[in-house]
Design a protein around this ligand. Structure first.
Ligand SMILES: NC(=O)c1ccc[n+]([C@@H]2O[C@H](COP(=O)([O-])OP(=O)(O)OC[C@H]3O[C@@H](n4cnc5c(N)ncnc54)[C@H](OP(=O)(O)O)[C@@H]3O)[C@@H](O)[C@H]2O)c1
Length: 327
């Protein structure tokens, strides 16, 4: 048996309930993993609220670390007793122990704690595919400007540090001066408090009127229009989230008027479809973390039983960096 967080209907944090569930043996391609720590992500909020619709009842959570307890037929990269961590579908990581597909589960290097592993897999692999694989048609070179919204958040703080390590000049945005300072302390070259300042005007000022090559936008509804104004011709609008709400439909003609822009909507789960690709991405993440180029800031910790409070804090923009649930 395992305690797990389940919802029977979409709604606010109060719909999340701790239930006892049966945990069986892993089938072919699966493992059973006993969690040590669980990562909190904004996608959990979308799945709980119903912005992303999934069948009910639904177990929540997409990221965790733990110890492999049993291995199903055909799984060769993991064995019983291995320390491991993952960002993976299907949801269901908010629990003590689970059976799940092994494909996206990676062995955790000895130098990375369970807490860090749980905090960094979904957010760090996201920063990896954004900065390393979601590139403008003209490419990204050292010294290029990029704009990264919500720079003091979970994905944001990792991206600030990674961008600096890659030699990129990251302009961040964040909702308070204190959050901006945190982003600056972690590698952002500039950070704009977008709850006070017109970020498009500031970006133009910082870049001498040129604009940036890429905008990485996870805020969505509130930042979409102005983000397009931050791009230089042939720039890339990389949308990857909707913390403020879903982006409204738009007419493609606007992209021509603003400089023949490109738009993409990315999701991690298109990138980690195979074991090999997931491991290659994870290896890059492990390298930057083990080398100290990227520090994983776990700024909030909640016991699993207080998951409702964790969601409330995340949605109210009260968190910075990563948040984990403990067991
Ligand atoms: N597509 C993918 O592959 C993928 C993968 C991982 C994450 N994501 C997305 O990336 C974003 C960051 O994820 P995360 O888990 O690291 O969360 P997070 O950045 O720690 O938290 C979200 C942040 O968004 C900002 N925000 C702006 N408007 C908001 C609003 N109306 N309500 C709530 N927050 C608002 C807040 O920062 P400020 O107060 O500084 O504005 C808040 O702290 C999320 O949108 C998530 O869905 C996408």
């Amino acid at each position: 048996m395992s305690l797990a967080v389940q919802i029977d209907q979409n709604g606010g944090p109060e719909v999340m309930k701790l239930v006892d569930v049966q945990v069986g043996e892993p089938g072919p391609g699966e493992i059973r993993i006993r969690h040590k720590a669980i990562g909190l992500n904004f996608i959990d909020v979308y799945q709980r609220s119903g912005l992303y619709t999934l069948p009910m009842p639904l177990k929540l959570g997409m990221e965790a670390s733990g110890v492999v307890e049993a291995v199903g037929e055909g799984v060769t990269h993991l064995k019983v007793g291995d320390r491991a961590a993952y960002a993976s579908q299907p949801p269901g990581s908010y629990c003590e122990v689970r059976v799940m597909p092994a494909k996206c589960v990676c062995k955790l290097p000895d130098g990375i704690s369970f807490e860090t592993g749980a905090a960094m897999m979904l957010k760090g692999l996201t920063a990896q595919y954004l900065l390393r694989r979601t590139l403008p048609v003209e490419g990204l070179e050292k010294g290029d400007f990029v704009l990264f919204h919500a720079a003091a958040g979970g994905v944001g703080l990792i991206a600030c540090q990674w961008a600096k390590a890659l030699g990129l000049r990251l302009i961040g945005t964040a909702g308070s001066d204190a959050k901006c300072q945190l982003a600056l302390d972690n590698g952002a070259e500039f950070c704009i408090n977008y709850s006070q300042d017109d970020f498009a005007a500031k970006v133009k000022e910082i870049t001498g009127g040129q604009g940036v090559k890429v905008v990485y936008d996870s805020v969505g509804k509130d930042t979409w229009d102005k983000s397009l104004d931050c791009l230089r011709p042939f720039g890339l609008m990389a949308s990857f989230g909707n913390a403020s709400g879903a982006v409204a439909p738009f007419a493609p003609g606007v992209l021509g008027n603003k400089g023949s822009l490109y738009v993409t909507r990315q999701t991690l789960f298109s990138h980690i479809t195979t074991r090999e690709r997931t491991q290659a991405m994870a290896d890059e993440l492990f390298d930057v973390v083990l080398s100290g180029q990227v520090k994983i800031h776990i700024e909030q910790t909640f016991p699993l039983a207080q998951v409702q409070d964790a969601h409330r804090a995340l949605e109210a923009r009260k968190t910075t960096g990563c948040t984990i649930l403990t067991l």
